[in-house]
Design a protein around this ligand. Structure first.
Ligand code: SF4
Length: 686
């Protein structure tokens, strides 16, 4: 509960923006204005600290660029905006919805595209509003973690991880496709403590990241060949006598079949595919095989390939062969959903909702004729920057009669809308936010009054439901009269309360709680698969037309015409495009740059600072080069964010899909890192 300290009113908040750390925050308000923020020391994982993005929030909340009022664009894309009252905005929107319903005799032309700009539970009110209207068209799935979630599901039956504090107890930490020095800073103290105790830190990544600089050992792997490396290492562990026979016999299913596969695997050629020598393989096998406390942290990078899910399954198998699953300081960790035990009432969808994959949104919309989508509501997303195949997306958006975007700023997507509605930030609303990495849950209280006319997704949903019902009674059964507290009451159940050790969610006002789930995932050896064991051989995978075993699947490869991977990795000061708008973080920086290896740069006469054109058959972007050996010779790297709507990296993205994701998210993930391009000096810089 808010309390007084040194003249401030202090509230508890939670950073809700799809980040590993989901930090507990304290917000200090004086005279109605946020003056400072800090980490909440009561949060056991984030422990009183924030990252630079978190500390920049005050600038974001009070940015002069922030949207203040509902606005209508006088001609989409013209940039001529007219201020509206909420009444006017809701009048226009409700008229449009009811007119489409009458014209088509259905609410299917009405479409929602929402994702993870705010992971608060009450933000699912947007889905709740659409579900209250009847059968609508809704984007489903995730552009991010889908393939990896399914991989864990096939092998272990559930997405569970050990408490990240277990990192501290590891003897070997393998950071595989993850860069916590930039994207999960709160894990670093645990990693440092482990190192002080003598732990070895190994980073496996195509890019020599900030985390790699801090490691004991760095392996520059070829993009998408993570599965090959895992297979080779598993075979080496067996050959060197490191396979954990007890674990394999007692706690796994399909080991004999997987062993038979490993026997056929050609170490030399697979190692070559990964870009490693046998000497490196031996070194890694010795480090991994020589310890039971090997903590594999598999990031969201390596599953962003067409073979991403299978890559992760191969790493799971490696962990099983090493016998590190279920051990203190060990295991293979990707993400967890055990602390997401809410009732998710807003997600009860009516029969007949039309589902569109969020990752093939434009393609599927183009094919949707009966009836076509004519109204699009966008919330918690910036799809024009983040979606693949931008050219088709824009064409498809042009076919839609009315686009409404709920936002904090005039993002590229908002600028492409007919109506924008100003959203509150998490400092102006009530909510509860869980994490997909650590095991803590915190309550988010409003610290300040809403910025000008900004409203929360929940309030907007309630107001629109009222407006619709006023014009046409029975249009929406959304709980428009319920307070946020009453709606949170609906989200909890006895089991979840037991897990949190509370009897009512209001107790979270006294500080975040750690859910009572095992500190060590799978310590009891009871997996959530149908066999109750770790499954090398997954019948479920087979029934979903996947390989039953975690065999190595070759990934997509560059070709002669487009010889470079184009990796659009997460930046230090941004989460996708989310922290783009406040220029404060980028004052010292200039334009975004593309990183290119010195050999590749030399062959093309490219020098740092010179403008280059990156292109493929989907489009091109022009930006300055930065020559650096941190980038592999066959890849170009451009960090997401810091683009401020000037550069659309995903227009080069063909939208290839990863191999898994249907089980946990309803649709396959996006192979974000299987983009192939060429590069040349830009005409004006030769
Ligand atoms: S962006 Fe992540 S690390 Fe930074 S404050 Fe938010 S949750 Fe914490």
């Amino acid at each position: 509960m808010a309390y007084k300290q040194d003249g401030y009113t202090v509230t508890r908040n939670v950073c809700p923006r799809n980040c590993y750390d989901t930090c507990g925050m304290l917000t200090y308000v004086r005279n109605g204005k946020m003056e400072k923020i800090s980490g909440d020391p009561a949060h056991g994982y984030t422990a009183g600290k924030l990252c630079a993005k978190g500390y920049s929030y005050i600038r974001r909340v009070y940015s002069p660029d922030r949207l203040r009022y509902p606005m209508r664009q006088l001609g989409r894309g013209t940039g001529r905006w007219e201020r509206l009252t909420w009444e006017q905005a809701l009048d226009i929107i409700s008229d449009k919805i009811l007119a489409l319903k009458s014209q088509f005799g259905s609410t299917l032309p009405i479409c929602l595209n929402k994702y993870s700009g705010n992971f608060g539970i009450l933000h699912y009110a947007v889905e709740g509003l659409f579900n209250s209207l009847g059968s609508t068209t809704q984007a489903i799935g995730s552009p991010c973690w889908s393939a990896g979630l399914d991989a864990q599901h096939y092998d272990m039956g559930q997405n569970a991880n050990s408490d990240p504090a277990e990192l501290e107890k590891a003897q070997v930490i393998v950071l595989w496709g993850v860069n916590p020095a930039w994207t999960a800073v709160h894990s670093l103290p645990y990693i440092y403590k482990a190192r002080q105790r003598g732990a070895q830190v190994i980073v496996i990544d195509p890019i020599f990241t900030e985390t790699a600089r801090k490691a004991d050992c760095y392996v520059q792997i070829k993009p998408g060949e993570d599965g090959a490396l895992a297979v080779v290492l598993a075979k080496r562990l067996v050959q060197k006598g490191y396979a954990d026979k007890h674990f394999l016999a007692e706690f796994t299913k399909g080991w004999e079949e997987y062993l038979a596969y490993l026997e056929t695997a050609d170490i030399v050629s697979l190692a070559e595919q990964t870009g490693q020598t046998e000497e490196v393989i031996d070194l890694l096998a010795e480090k991994i095989g020589g310890s039971k406390s090997v903590f594999f942290w598999v990031g969201f990078g390596l599953q962003r390939h067409v073979n991403g899910g299978q890559n992760l399954r191969a790493i799971n198998a490696l962990g099983a062969v090493a016998g590190c699953l279920g051990t203190s300081g060990g295991g293979v960790h990707y993400a967890q959903q055990r602390t997401w035990g809410f009732n998710f009432c807003f997600l009860n969808s009516p029969e007949g909702n039309r589902k569109v994959s969020i990752n093939s949104f434009a393609e599927e919309l183009a094919a949707m004729k009966d009836p076509p989508v004519q109204f699009l509501w966008i919330a918690c997303r910036n799809l024009i920057t983040q979606d693949a195949n931008r050219t088709l997306l824009l064409k498809q958006l042009d076919n839609i009669d009315c686009i409404v975007t709920v936002e904090h700023f005039l993002t590229p997507t908002a600028r492409y809308s007919d109506i924008v509605l100003p959203a509150t930030t998490h400092f102006e609303e009530f909510d509860i936010v869980p994490s997909y990495w650590h095991h803590w849950i915190g309550l988010n209280e409003p610290a300040i009054a809403p910025w000008f006319d900004a409203k929360s997704d929940l309030e907007i949903a309630q107001m629109l439901a009222i407006a619709l019902n006023k014009k046409c009674p029975g249009s929406s059964n959304f709980p428009a009269d319920k307070t946020p507290s009453e709606l949170l009451d609906r989200e909890f159940n006895d089991e979840f309360y037991r897990m949190l050790g509370i009897t009512h969610w209001r107790e979270l006002m006294d500080g975040p709680r750690r859910a009572d789930i095992p500190h060590i995932a799978w310590e009891d050896g009871k997996y959530s698969t149908s066999s109750g064991k770790f499954e090398f051989l997954s019948r479920k995978a087979l029934s979903n037309n996947k390989s039953a075993l975690p065999l190595h699947k070759p990934g997509a490869k560059p070709c002669e015409q487009y010889p470079f991977w184009f990796i659009t990795s997460h930046a230090q000061h941004s989460l996708n495009s989310q922290f783009d708008i406040p220029d404060w973080l980028y004052k010292s920086g200039s334009e975004p740059v593309v990183h290119i290896h010195p050999d590749a740069a030399q062959r093309r006469g490219i020098r740092s600072g010179k403008r280059v054109r990156i292109y493929n058959s989907f489009g091109s972007v022009v930006l300055p080069a930065l020559v650096t050996s941190d980038t592999p010779p066959d890849a170009l790297v451009c960090y997401q964010g810091s683009q401020s709507g000037r550069l659309f990296l995903n227009q080069l993205n063909p939208g290839l899909l990863s191999d898994m994701g249907e089980i946990c998210t309803g649709t396959k993930g996006l192979a974000f890192y299987d983009i192939f391009v060429n590069i040349e000096a830009a005409a004006d810089s030769v």
